[in-house]
Write a protein that binds this ligand. Structure first.
Ligand SMILES: [Zn+2]
Length: 322
């Protein structure tokens, strides 16, 4: 038989339980941690191991300032339709480090000490450290072009090389263009200052590659001019597997793929850049080549397919075991 509980004692019991629940709720006491996972991602490519490291996000701000030749409201709609901010375009900086077994090769180096795009850039050496790689282990730095967000991390703020044992590979036309002191009085001044700051201290370690040349085992240059005169993509291959490191063939996974003839304000020759983009993306899509994109969403590995008059980027799911 159930005990005959009076109404008063039931209320008292309920109040007691409530008080216990409030003071004893361990789940509610967990602190918010405010930290994020390390900024590297590793995957296998044939016999090689690839570690993508980030220099941090680079906010470009209002797309109207950078993406030209398409009405502002159309650009805003393309972004909003893809659940991206229509008022602040944010680029990643995904730099792959490929370990071929006998050689460690870093592609592009981020903004370095420059805060021209705010405080979130410049974490490349931190990301490399998080990935368990030592700067002195890097044998080669391969640069897609000599813009600040690609060569900015070759030296530290004082001009000392951050990768003391690395050869630096770059197109000669880009080296000549962006280190030209004659441009110091032009609107390109800031780019030239930063290129000189990062490239002149390692001038005797720079090697120039040519279009189509396999200048290191497993790494072939593919000229992609327009964004800069010597802008280059790289085919990276190991044991029959490959990806193309696209550099800045497209800065945005929506805008410059859906409308590949849209112009980008930082292009040296925007018309040539658009023609190059269409030609090379056609090839990449037709061959179903995997791509590593420097500026697409982290970590930048995926494929490009044809879609209407343009293209669509399909990110590859991250796989968290090797
Ligand atoms: Zn860039």
């Amino acid at each position: 038989m159930l005990p005959d509980l009076s109404r008063r004692s039931v209320i008292a019991l309920g109040a007691g339980l409530g008080a216990t629940a409030l003071t004893n709720n361990a789940f509610a006491r967990a602190p918010k941690l405010g930290t994020q996972s390390p900024y590297f991602y590793r995957f296998k490519l044939g016999d090689a191991e690839v570690t993508v490291v980030s220099d941090g996000q680079l906010p470009l701000g209002d797309p109207a300032g950078a993406f030209l030749g398409v009405p502002k409201d159309e650009v805003a709609k393309m972004l909003a339709d893809n659940f991206m901010s229509p008022t602040n375009v944010v680029l990643e900086q995904n730099a792959p480090i490929v370990n071929f077994g006998d050689r460690l090769v870093l592609f592009d180096t981020g903004m370095g000490a420059s805060k021209a795009f705010g405080p979130t850039t410049g974490r490349l050496t931190k990301s490399i450290n998080e990935a368990g790689i030592k700067p002195e282990e890097i044998d080669a730095i391969v640069c897609s072009h000599a813009h600040i967000d690609h060569i900015g991390g070759i030296v530290d703020d004082g001009g000392t090389p951050l990768f003391p044992n690395a050869q630096v590979y770059l197109a000669q036309s880009d080296f000549d263009f962006w280190t030209d002191e004659g441009k110091l009085g032009s609107p390109l001044k800031d780019f030239v200052v930063h290129a000189r700051k990062n490239l002149m201290p390692v001038r005797d370690r720079i090697k120039f590659f040519k279009d189509g040349e396999q200048f290191l085992p497993g790494i072939t240059a593919i000229a992609a001019p327009g964004h800069t005169v010597g802008h280059t993509m790289f085919n990276v291959e190991s044991a029959g597997k490959s990806f193309t490191f696209m550099g800045d063939l497209s800065h945005h996974s929506v805008l410059l793929l859906e409308r590949p003839r849209m112009e980008f304000a930082y292009d040296t020759d925007p018309k040539q850049a658009a023609a190059t983009r269409v030609k090379l993306l056609d090839t990449i899509a037709a061959n179903k080549t995997a791509v590593m994109s420097y500026h697409f969403a982290w970590p930048g590995l995926g494929h490009v397919v044809k879609a209407g008059d343009g293209y669509r980027y399909i990110a590859e799911p991250m796989v968290m075991q090797l």
